[in-house]
Each structure stands twice: as structure tokens, then as C-alpha cells.
Design a protein. Structure first.
Length: 275
């Protein structure tokens, strides 16, 4: 089945190029979110040596190198990939330039949600792993920036009589483990976590999204300049917690293994016993 082209990959790359000079402003947030993902490494006794960092924006590669791994960093933007230090490759996760079995660990921190063909990207990432290699990923899912999405839609509808997509569509958590299984990963697990961001200045949310390279890249976005009143009206409608504007990130954390004969295998159908 051909993928549905929801996202403009040229825009994704351009936003990452621009963000390479701004990302230090959100380094603490990215490092915190990366740490939540990398905590999963402490749940296994495996020792990894060759790792692929997919779109980590400098938050993943240093942490993996500190664990003694050789790391290759991949990003659509050459400038952003270079920020991770070490060996960097400018490429898309949907078109990986690596031979099968090149890595024993793949970590994709908040980078796969811009893929038009997410199942295909997951298959390629699984093929890049050696048998019994580990795949870790985080991606925003339904519920992320829902208040901002609603506020922008309502404000633009009031100002223009209609609204265009300004916040990316996201996957549902219940689909994530199924996608891992469909891509051929063994022992797939998907769980969710909510992260709340608070801003004294509501415009700080938009600045942080821009600095992280997360500007609107929906292919059918309205490319005209928005009305001057749109963003002030939308930001004024965001929920407030303890005097600060709040924004929710709802993240899925995915874990899967490249199949190997040594892994636990499911029992044959009909072999179970009732005690």
C-alpha cells in the first residue's frame, strides 16, 4: 500500500536546518525527554556497542557515548545531525543508508512522527538491527498540544470563517504496539506518559516548538501569512496552571527487539493448560 503523504518532507528538513541554530534554547527539555526514553536501557542486562541515534538533536548521542557505545547520528538536516558530535549522516528514516544488521541499538527520540510511511520506516529500522538488537522510540500521540490545536482552530474560524491544519496529526497509543508487531519486532511494548510544560509567557510555547524544529510541516497547511491577531487570540485561550500557560505532551514510549532464536517464544496454539 502506498503511504499517504501527510507531511512535507522538504519543510521538515528546512525547519530542522533553521532549528540547528536555536535548539540550545530547548536543550534541557529535550534532554529530560531523552532521559525518560533511555531509562529503558536500565531494564535490560544486554550490553550494546553500536548505536543509531535517529533525530535526537544532540540529546541522545552524548548519553549513549557515555555508556561506552559507538554512535551514528541520523537527521534529515545535516546541520542538526552534526550537533550530536561524532559520526553524523544526513538522511531520512524512511530511506536508511545502512546495511542490514549494522547496529545492536536504535534510538529514535521524538523524530518518527513526521514520517509519511511510519510502518515502512519501522521495518527499515528493524532491518538495520542485528538479531536480538533493541529498538527504543518516543513519539507524540493523540492528546499532545490538544489545547493549542483547539485554540488555533477556534481563533482562526472566528477570524477567517474557516481553519487550516496548524498542529500535526498524531497517532493513537493503541496503534503503536500493533505497528511494532507489523514491522516484525519481537516482544513489542508501548506505554504512554504525560508531560506538562508551563510558560510564564504564552509565546514561549511557540518559540520552543520553532527551536526544536517542530514547526508546522503538514503538506496541506495554509502557506499564506496568518492574520496578525491569530496567535495572540489562540494563546490567550490556553489553559492556565498556577498563573502559567500549560501545554501537554502525551508521549508513547516504544520498545521492540529484532527477532532472534534465543528470545522467549510464545507457546504453540492449544498447548496451554488450565489449572
Amino acid at each position: 500500500m502506498d503511504p499517504v503523504y501527510v507531511f512535507d518532507q522538504r519543510a521538515v528538513r528546512m525547519h530542522r536546518d533553521r532549528a540547528a541554530g536555536l535548539v540550545d534554547a530547548v536543550a534541557d527539555v529535550l534532554a529530560d525527554l531523552a532521559g525518560r526514553l533511555l531509562d529503558r536501557l536500565d531494564d535490560t542486562t544486554h550490553r550494546f556497542t553500536q548505536a543509531l541515534d535517529v533525530g535526537g538533536r544532540g540529546s541522545i548521542a552524548p548519553a549513549l557515548r557515555a555508556r561506552g557505545m559507538h554512535v551514528v547520528s541520523l537527521d534529515p538536516s545535516a546541520r542538526m545531525a552534526a550537533r550530536a558530535g561524532g559520526f553524523a549522516v544526513a538522511a531520512d528514516a524512511e530511506w536508511l543508508p545502512f546495511a542490514p544488521g549494522s547496529f545492536d541499538l536504535v534510538v529514535a527520540s521524538l523524530s518518527l512522527h513526521w514520517a509519511n510511511d511510519l510502518p515502512g520506516a519501522l521495518i527499515q529500522l528493524r532491518q538495520a538491527l542485528r538479531p536480538d538488537g533493541l529498538f527504543l522510540a518516543s513519539l507524540p500521540i493523540l492528546g499532545t498540544l490538544d489545547a493549542l490545536r483547539d485554540a488555533l482552530t477556534e481563533a482562526e474560524s472566528a477570524l477567517c470563517g474557516g481553519a487550516s491544519p496548524r498542529v500535526s496529526p498524531f497517532a493513537d497509543l493503541r496503534d503503536c504496539a500493533a505497528l511494532l508487531q507489523r514491522a516484525g519486532f519481537a516482544l513489542p511494548v508501548a506505554d504512554a506518559e504525560d508531560v506538562q510544560l508551563l510558560y510564564a509567557d504564552p509565546a514561549g510555547l511557540l518559540r520552543d516548538l520553532r527551536a526544536a524544529g517542530e514547526s508546522n510541516s503538514v503538506r496541506l497547511r495554509d502557506r499564506r501569512l496568518p492574520p496578525r491577531a491569530l496567535f495572540p487570540a489562540a494563546l490567550a485561550a490556553l489553559p492556565v496552571t498556577d498563573g502559567r500557560v500549560s501545554a501537554r505532551l502525551r508521549l508513547a514510549f516504544l520498545t521492540g527487539w529484532a527477532p532472534a532464536p534465543t528470545q522467549p517464544q510464545p507457546l504453540a496454539r492449544g498447548s496451554g493448560q488450565v489449572l
